[in-house]
Design a protein around this ligand. Structure first.
Ligand SMILES: Cc1cc2nc3c(=O)[nH]c(=O)nc-3n(C[C@H](O)[C@H](O)[C@H](O)COP(=O)(O)OP(=O)(O)OC[C@H]3O[C@@H](n4cnc5c(N)ncnc54)[C@H](O)[C@@H]3O)c2cc1C
Length: 219
């Protein structure tokens, strides 16, 4: 996993928002013309952007070897999963794996009072949880309630939950964690099948379609 901090002038003119992504081309040698999409993993600042990538293939691996000062050509911002689509005061963000990146940025940028925001973060194990110190700081400073759901998948079931919840229905667990979920905007980001399972559970728990917002990391 690697985070890249990008500095520039007049970045505010991009009018980028947390939750959005850009297609990045780092000018670091052969192959640099192949653009890769990465979401902002922190709220955009007028002088700085941040992205965070997991080590998958050549594109993400080269991010770890960039030297300071490498120039980047990027296009965007793209994506509609921003605070602007919110309909309610309360928000629940549900992430799996690297899908935490845009949700981490949204948690930083969005407005909410203590107790009005919940983050449910699904990962294989504790060691796979990203941004933990930053998330814990958001919990302490802004009153975000964070629920970490670690563990392997439930065998033979298309569920968004880890194996320790095998005896429970997907939507009931969601309602157990966030009893008033139907009155929340729900932002989801993770692998396609997992996202579909979260959306199903949220719909069954009473969340209207108009309050469900997600981003796909596949193309
Ligand atoms: C809108 C959007 C936002 C994204 N934001 C982030 C982000 O914030 N952080 C991040 O780490 N990634 C993000 N991704 C995914 C990222 O763009 C890809 O993982 C990356 O382009 C892979 O490039 P690569 O050269 O490292 O791997 P490749 O050589 O392209 O692929 C290596 C292997 O990984 C598989 N693979 C590639 N992409 C994906 C994928 N998205 N899901 C599952 N398997 C894949 C390939 O099939 C191949 O087997 C985002 C994608 C999209 C569409």
């Amino acid at each position: 996993m690697v985070s890249v901090y990008l500095r520039g002038r007049q970045l505010a003119r991009l009018q980028a928002s947390a939750g959005q992504f850009f297609v990045w081309r780092f000018l670091d040698g052969p192959g640099c013309s192949r653009g890769k999409p990465y979401s902002l993993s922190a709220a955009p600042r007028r002088d700085r952007l941040r992205i965070t990538a997991r080590d998958l293939g050549p594109g993400s691996r080269r991010l770890a070897t960039l030297s300071v000062g490498t120039r980047v050509v990027f296009e965007g911002p793209y994506g509609r999963m921003t605070a602007a689509v919110r309909r309610t005061r309360k928000v629940t963000l549900i992430a799996s794996g690297i899908g935490i990146t845009p949700l981490r940025a949204l948690l930083e940028e969005m407005t909410y009072a203590p107790g009005e925001a919940v983050l449910i973060y699904r990962a294989r194990g504790e060691r796979d949880l990203l941004f933990r110190p930053e998330l814990d700081m958001l919990a302490a400073r802004r009153g975000v309630r964070i629920v970490y759901l670690c563990g392997h998948r439930i065998p033979g079931r298309d569920s968004w939950l880890p194996a320790q919840y095998a005896g429970f229905a997907d939507n009931n667990v969601l309602r157990e964690i966030v009893p008033d979920i139907a009155g929340h905007d729900v932002f989801v980001c993770g692998p396609d099948g997992w996202t579909a399972a979260v959306v199903r559970a949220a719909r069954a728990a009473g969340v209207p379609h108009s309050q469900l917002h997600s981003e796909r990391f596949s193309w």
